[in-house]
Design a protein around this ligand. Structure first.
Ligand SMILES: *Cc1c(COP(=O)(O)O)cnc(C)c1O
Length: 285
């Protein structure tokens, strides 16, 4: 695991024109198998699972979940068996993401959508325990208090005075943790990758209250950069990402990171970062 992950400054005339300095925190380079925020979120969960004597990790996700794949890889690296409970029906052949998980030794099981909604109820968990035996439960998307603790470590790795730390949001766990690691005066800015993600702000507040006893109040969420919803793409987004690759030789994840950076550049263009701002954007995967 390459931690601390590299920090690189972007040289781009769109930034120069507005006198904004933008750095990328390359968490995507932490590991090819368990990239970015997925590693930060799993780390203390793996420690807890080991301390409590568990040999198996069980987690939930959709068929294209980065978290499922990352949990499979982390289990293989750190000596845990892994079980992935996938929402909906089995489709053969497996998509690349699930095939990779199986390749790392993950056992997959499928859960109909109605049961999936109740997946953490005592009854459903009891059924899973009856089928698979003892396990350490990693929640869907990997978001829990220990995940926040892992993400909270990122800001201290940035050896630079910055004003704003940007990240993409799915469950909001990463944003909730990052914000808690900031110094006074700094701000965390999340970009929702989901349409209608307004519930996210409540989730971030709830997560922070659970983990730290209070919300940190130093963050906000931009809801204008979802491009139609989760995993949706538009020509504009694709064009932004290919232009970004040409300019900076970085291939952006389209589900989360390209949307976030598009949002960052839109704010730069609209003058929403004051001149002289130093902004760090986390490449979460
Ligand atoms: C999973 C994921 C996210 C979402 O993180 P949350 O903590 O669920 O908000 C963001 N970016 C990438 C690349 C991801 O894989």
């Amino acid at each position: 695991m390459q931690v601390p992950s590299p920090l690189t400054e972007l040289h781009d005339e769109r930034l120069r024109d507005r006198d904004v300095r933008l750095y990328l925190k390359r968490d995507d380079l932490i590991s090819p198998d368990v990239p970015g925020n997925k590693w930060r979120k799993l780390k203390y969960n793996l420690v807890a699972a080991r301390e409590r004597g568990h040999h198996t990790l069980l987690t939930f996700g959709g068929a294209y979940s980065n978290h499922i794949r990352a949990t499979a890889a982390a289990g293989a690296l750190f000596g845990f068996d892994t079980i992935g409970v996938i929402r909906g029906e089995e489709h053969r052949p497996l998509n690349d993401s699930l095939a990779l998980a199986v390749n790392r030794g993950m056992r997959l099981t499928y859960m109909d959508r109605t049961t999936y909604r109740r997946k953490t109820s005592p009854e459903v968990l009891a059924c899973l325990a009856a089928e698979f035996g003892d396990f350490y439960l990693v929640p869907e998307g990997g978001t829990n208090m220990l995940a926040l603790k892992g993400c909270m470590e990122l800001p201290a790795e940035i050896d630079l005075d910055f004003d704003v730390l940007c990240c993409a949001c799915g469950t909001g766990g990463t944003l909730a943790g990052l914000a808690a690691g900031l110094r006074p005066g700094q701000h965390a800015l999340g970009f929702s990758a989901l349409k209608g993600g307004e519930f996210l702000a409540d989730d971030v507040r709830r997560l922070q209250t659970e983990a730290f006893g209070a919300e940190t109040g130093n963050w906000s969420i931009d809801f204008a950069s979802h491009f139609g919803g989760y995993a949706k793409r538009t020509p504009e987004l694709d064009q932004f990402a290919s232009d970004f690759r040409r300019r900076h030789d970085v291939d952006l994840d389209r589900v989360y990171v390209a949307k976030m950076l598009h949002g960052v550049f839109a704010r730069v263009r609209d003058g929403r970062f004051p001149a002289g701002s130093v902004v760090v954007a986390v490449v979460t995967g």
